[in-house]
Design a protein around this ligand. Structure first.
Ligand SMILES: Cc1cc2nc3c(=O)[nH]c(=O)nc-3n(C[C@H](O)[C@H](O)[C@H](O)COP(=O)(O)OP(=O)(O)OC[C@H]3O[C@@H](n4cnc5c(N)ncnc54)[C@H](O)[C@@H]3O)c2cc1C
Length: 338
């Protein structure tokens, strides 16, 4: 809408130098969206309507595995999942408790058990929601997949129903889809796999212009075009201010996973604590710009230390000291992208 330069999907290896980037850029190879639903465990099994698309999804396969099945593609490749914890032969954490948001023993009043359906089975890998002429249809189908997933569980005898009371919609589906991979600004600096992946960087990187810290592994869900999933350990990382400043646009700031990460590094920047920090840093930067009559890029060039002092006064942690006993190493010189 603003005309800001951005990227989506996979960048090419030539563009980023990332060891795991594909040879050719593929904007259509995005991580799947998920239309989350809430499920409630009931005392006895009630009837459930069969969704229109159920038969189609029941027959669908993803990389040779039935989409609606307990063997699915997880962060560590093909994994056998189960409904409940410690089921023999399956991943020990049951999918029901993995996303459980209401657990009756923790409440004095009587209430049911509720979980959020955001599982490998309802990752929608059949089309994109970003920059795709079919986006509306794909999102409709993603909703249908979640309804079908609920019906599939019910069909196996579980006493579940869609829970209309917790998501503000009445029908048990979320108000909006979870877009796992967003557009990302082309920033002054792009955060790259080789800077943060343990396999390629000898030590955690200290960023001179850090505005916060984060840590998670690079974790990509099965993508929509090449059906690639990816998991790689990352060092604890720092968030560079230069990754929050668009190259050709002033007075516009990213506030979550839309910072200057890549398809790969977005896999560890899309997480909760990181998005929080990026959002809070963006809020502080906007306020600083207004108070001092400066643009974000001027703050980065002329007032970095003062801005970082403000962040620290407000409780931000800007640097890690070391990880796994290895001291952080200074970053490369920032250079503007052309
Ligand atoms: C389905 C799903 C699954 C996820 N799974 C994981 C996971 O497993 N692990 C993980 O770490 N992260 C996960 N995430 C990501 C994580 O939830 C987000 O990174 C995090 O919620 C972002 O926090 P935030 O505070 O920046 O934004 P939000 O949580 O979106 O908070 C923004 C708030 O601002 C409010 N708001 C917006 N506009 C206005 C306005 N004009 N005035 C007042 N209020 C306003 C909104 O109502 C909202 O409450 C998931 C996200 C989703 C959607």
């Amino acid at each position: 809408m603003t005309g800001t330069a951005y990227r989506v999907g996979a960048e090419s290896r030539e563009e980023t130098g990332e060891p795991h980037a594909p040879e050719h850029a593929d904007p259509e190879d995005q991580q799947p969206v998920t239309w989350v639903g809430a499920l409630e465990m009931t005392e006895k099994r009630e009837p459930m309507d069969k969704p229109d698309s159920y038969d189609g999804f029941r027959k669908a396969e993803v990389l040779g595995l039935p989409l609606l099945g307990w063997d699915a593609w997880g962060a560590h490749g093909k994994t056998r999942f189960a409904m409940f914890d410690d089921t023999p032969g399956a991943f020990s954490l049951g999918l029901w408790s993995y996303r459980r948001i209401q657990y009756p023993p923790w409440f004095r009043d009587k209430r049911g058990e509720i979980t959020l359906l955001n599982w490998p089975q309802n990752d929608f890998v059949f089309g994109n929601a970003v920059d795709d002429p079919g986006a509306e249809e794909h999102l409709r189908a993603a909703r249908e997949l979640t309804l079908s997933c609920a019906y599939w569980l019910w069909e196996q005898g579980y006493p579940i129903r869609l829970c209309g009371s917790v998501l503000g919609t009445g029908d048990g589906l979320a108000k909006a889809p979870y877009i796992r991979e967003s557009r990302r600004i082309v920033a002054r600096q792009t955060i790259l796999e080789q800077e943060i992946a343990k396999a390629f960087a000898p030590a955690p990187l200290k960023r001179k212009d850090s505005v916060g810290v984060g840590h998670y592994s690079i974790d990509l869900h099965l993508t929509t075009r090449t059906r690639t999933s990816f998991f790689e350990e990352a060092w604890p990382f720092e968030i560079p201010l230069a990754a929050m400043i668009p190259v050709h646009m002033s007075n516009l700031l990213p506030a979550c996973k839309n910072i200057g990460a890549t398809h790969l590094t977005g896999g560890c920047f899309r997480l909760h604590p990181v998005e929080w920090t990026v959002g809070e840093a963006a809020g502080h930067l906007a306020a600083y710009c207004v108070l001092h009559g400066m643009s974000p890029s001027r703050v980065a060039d002329e007032a970095l230390e003062d801005f970082q002092t403000l962040l620290m006064e407000h409780g931000f942690q800007l640097h890690w000291k070391a990880a796994d006993g290895i001291p952080c190493q200074d970053d490369r010189q920032e250079k503007a992208e052309t």
